[in-house]
Structure formats: C-alpha cells, structure tokens
Design a protein around this ligand. Structure first.
Ligand code: NDP
Ligand code: KPL
Length: 455
C-alpha cells in the first residue's frame, strides 16, 4: 500500500487525507479544478481545536498525472460516485484497493458491480467537519474510521490500511462486521440528517423534544426492518443506541444540513430514499422514511427554472413555477381544449389565465398583470380584470409542447380583447403587480393588431 490516492478534499477526504499526507509524500489527491487550484496555491489546511496545519501534497484533476495508486480512499458524496469511478478507470489495476468512507449502504456494491472484482474495503467515517472554502477544512468532532472486509474476514490489506491510518495518528478500528457498522451509522444518519433539515436547527433540538422520541423510534425501526431483511440484523434496542450516541453530537448540524445551506445536492436518495426503495422491493412499509425523503427534497431542491417553466411572481404571497405537466393537471374547467374555437387562426390547447392566477395568493392591492417573454424583450401589461377575462396561455399542440416557431413553450392569447399585440410569445414570467408595468406594445397599435377572433 505504498501509493495512496485520496479522492476529494472535502470535509472527510480533506481531514483524513491531510493527516495522511503530513508525513507521507506518497499520498496524493484527485481534486476538481476549483479545489485543485486552491490547494496548489495555498495547500490543504485543517483548522481544528486540536491544532491547525497545512500540507502541500501532489494533486491533479486527472488521475493519470498522479502516481498509480495501490490504495484509493474515496471521499466524495454518494451522488458523485459514478463520475469519479469513470475518471479513475484508466489508473485502476488488478491490485488497486478502494476504501469507501461514504455514509449510506450501497457505495461498496455499486463499485463492485462496476468493476466485478473484490477490490473494496468498507469504511465508516466518525467525524464532523466542514469545508469553509476550497482547500480549507474546519474540524469539530471526533476524527476516526472503522474499516473491514465486506465478508468479515481478516485480511492483510485491511491490516495494512489500518497501519497507514495509525502511522498518521488517526484512530482506525478493525470491524469484524463492517456492513453492520455501516447499517448502524445509517440508523443515525436516517434520523438526524433529514431532521436537522426539516427543523432547520441542530441535532439537540430534535433530540430533546419529547414527541420526537417516537419519531426517532419509528425511523430506526423502519431502517432496522430493511436491514434485517437483507440479512444484517441490528440490536433490538437500536433506537436507544442512536439516542445514546447522539449525546456527544448534540450541538452539531449534519452533513445534509451543511449541504443544503451550501446549496449542494443532499444525499437523501442514498439514506432515507434508499430505505424507501429497498423497503418497496421487499414489501416492507417505510412511511416515515418516505415522508422525510419527500420533505427534504421539497425543502432542498432548487426551484424549477429555465426553458419549459413559467413563473408567477410579483405581488403574490409565494411565487410559483409551473411546468407543462403541472398546467395539464389544473382543473379541466380552466382548460380550452381547442383554441381554434375562439381564434380560428390558431390551434392548440390552452389554460385560462384566470385559473393560473388562482394558484398563488395575490396581494390585496394587485390590479395588473405583466406577461414577460423569456428573453425579456417583450412584455404586455393587462389589468387584472382583462387578464382574468381574456387571457389564455397556449401550451400544447397535438399533445406536444407548443413549438418555439408558434410562440412556445407558452404563448399568451387574448381572444376578445381586441389587441393581437398583447399575444406575447415565449412567456416565461407572469408578474402580478400593484399598478401598471412593462409594456413593449406599440403605443399606437398597427391595424393588424385589431382583429383577434371571436369574443
Ligand atoms: N461531513 C461530515 O462530517 C461527514 C460526512 N460523511 C460522508 O462522507 C462522504 C463525503 O462527504 P463530505 O466529505 O462531507 O463531502 P464534501 O462535500 O465536504 O466533500 C466532497 C468532496 O468531493 C469532491 N469531489 C466530488 N467529485 C469529485 C471528483 N470527480 N474528483 C475529485 N473530487 C471530487 C468535491 O470537490 P469540490 O468541492 O471541488 O466540488 C468535495 O470537495 C459522504 O458520503 C458523507 O455522507 C461521513 C461522516 C461525516
Ligand atoms: C454524524 C455525522 C455528523 C458524523 O459522523 C455524519 O455522519 C453526518 O453529518 O453526515
């Protein structure tokens, strides 16, 4: 195990990797360009109550530029695994060993099913740390690992890895049942990672509320039921154990909370989401984990934006963003199946603006609505009454999105208003206003704007 490649210098890889690299020139880092640049310039710094230090290890964004690794320590998020494995392929040999430090359960099996060989040593990271900026890690709690063969046997490679950690002053337990150790930590992560997001607060707040005790028991109960079904039975008092372990982590948030606040994706699909998926396959109900998965996604996933989205904002209590699918699910009575009945020169399916404006709560003084094109070049402002009485948003033609050439994906049409110039193409934003707004229609309408169909 001479050459060691740490993949990712984030909270976990940065901390353990920097300790390993301190006195070992054979430890290198595979990094993404932003972190690589920072590490090349300023080194990799650990700030900790136990002391600060900086290392300047070899690092690259292409693994072929680094020494061929005997051991790879994978310290990326579970959702980055596939990309990283593709990147690593050119430097993998028959002897490369991969140590996984991810939370969650399936990293090891995902790697084995890609590489089809016994190359993985399982690991659990017991640490709480955070990236404060690329190349700078703050360390708050603990700082050890447990490692072991997935089949539970003793092996030279596990002993060698343990020695590498010990030489670097890092506590490394040899686990005789690393899969069980991972499931035990999974119980903790399935409780507190999502709960810190849902309550937007520290672990202690969830831990201390008397009514949370039952919720914690239910979450752990579901995880343990799935774990037992895949032949990893956990202790019957697993929920009590989880609560006990939490005492020393009372004042922390979790990596999921930190991901949310840093606007990174979360690992929810690999924690509670995984329990839900496997539970479904095995016929085990996991309603609390299912609810947490949905809640965390709803809270953390970025608001929809970009082509295909129409947003209603401005003088509303809460802006809403809608897709074509969402428009199709609005009440049938708001739909006009065939616009040609109202505008013989046009075809397609539309939704009444009146119905759209019933989705957000409008400010009490809202009295105008501005329809903006996606590129911001065109806009028409109607009174709220006109928008409700005449406005239709054309969104589908022959069951497909309205093409760009026809003013899609969303086109305002206003049959009966007597102003074809109001028919803004490629509407991306519907701005509810108190008072009039942007309007690019010619002040004196050309004659061709006058006729717009049946009223
Ligand atoms: N944070 C914690 O305290 C704990 C986390 N864990 C687990 O450890 C695992 C790692 O999490 P954590 O360290 O928190 O995550 P971080 O987000 O802090 O760090 C992950 C790092 O991986 C890097 N990365 C992603 N893709 C690549 C790539 N293709 N090549 C090189 N680097 C890459 C990212 O680089 P960049 O920043 O440049 O994008 C990032 O710095 C997770 O499964 C987590 O659940 C376990 C115990 C505690
Ligand atoms: C429990 C903790 C903080 C560290 O072990 C963790 O695993 C996480 O935040 O995801």
């Amino acid at each position: 195990m001479k050459q060691i490649m740490v993949v990712g210098a984030g909270s976990v890889g940065g901390f353990f990797g920097a300790h390993l690299a301190k006195n070992n020139p054979d430890v290198s880092f595979l990094l993404r360009p932003r972190t690589l640049e920072a590490v090349k310039q300023n080194g990799l710094t650990i700030k900790s109550a136990k002391g600060n230090f900086t290392v300047h290890p070899p690092a690259a964004s292409d693994p072929r530029e680094l020494a061929t690794p005997d051991l790879i320590i994978l310290a990326v998020k579970a959702y980055d695994l596939d990309e990283v494995m593709t990147q690593l392929e050119p430097v993998l040999t028959d002897r490369t060993v991969i140590l996984t430090l991810q939370n969650g359960i399936d990293t090891e099996d995902r790697i084995i099913s890609r590489l089809h060989r016994d190359c993985v040593v399982g690991g659990v990271a017991f640490i709480y740390s955070k990236i404060v900026e690329p190349g700078v890690i703050e360390h708050y709690k603990r700082g050890g690992v447990a490692i072991g063969e997935l089949m539970g046997h003793k092996s030279d490679r596990v002993s060698q890895i343990a020695e590498v950690f010990k030489q670097a002053g890092i506590s490394c337990q040899l686990s005789e049942d690393i899969r069980k150790s991972k499931w035990e930590k999974m119980c903790w992560n399935c409780v507190f990672n999502p709960l810190t997001v849902v309550i937007d607060d520290k672990v202690a707040k969830a831990l201390d509320h008397p009514e949370m005790a039952g919720v914690i028991r239910q979450i752990v109960g579901e995880v343990a039921a799935v774990s037992a079904a895949v032949k990893v039975p956990l202790a019957p008092d697993m929920a009590e154990k989880v609560v006990k372990w939490t005492q020393e982590l009372r004042d922390i948030h979790t990596s999921m909370y930190d991901d949310w606040k840093a606007k990174r994706p979360t690992e929810i699909d690999y924690l509670n989401g995984y329990i839900v998926r496997v539970g479904r396959e095995l016929g085990i109900p996991t309603p609390v984990n299912e609810a947490l998965t949905a809640m965390v996604k709803t809270i953390t996933e970025k608001e929809l934006s970009g082509p295909g989205i129409v947003r209603i904002d401005g003088a509303v209590v809460q802006p809403v963003s809608l897709t074509r699918t969402a428009l199709g699910q609005l009440p049938r009575e708001q739909r006009v199946e065939d616009i040609s009945e109202l505008m013989p020169s046009m075809r397609g399916r539309a939704i009444r603006v009146k119905g759209l404006l019933e989705i957000p709560a409008l400010a009490v003084d809202a009295d105008h609505v501005t329809f903006h094109s996606i590129d911001g070049k065109y806009a028409a402002t109607l009174t709220l009454q006109q928008a409700q009485d005449f406005g239709l948003l054309l969104y589908e033609l022959d069951g497909q999105p309205l093409p760009d050439g026809k003013g899609g994906p969303y086109r305002l049409v206003t049959p009966g208003l007597g102003d074809l110039c109001a028919n803004v193409k490629a509407v991306g934003r519907i701005e509810v206003r108190a008072g009039s707004g942007k309007d690019t229609r010619p002040a004196v309408r050309p004659p061709e704007c006058a006729v717009d169909g049946k009223s």
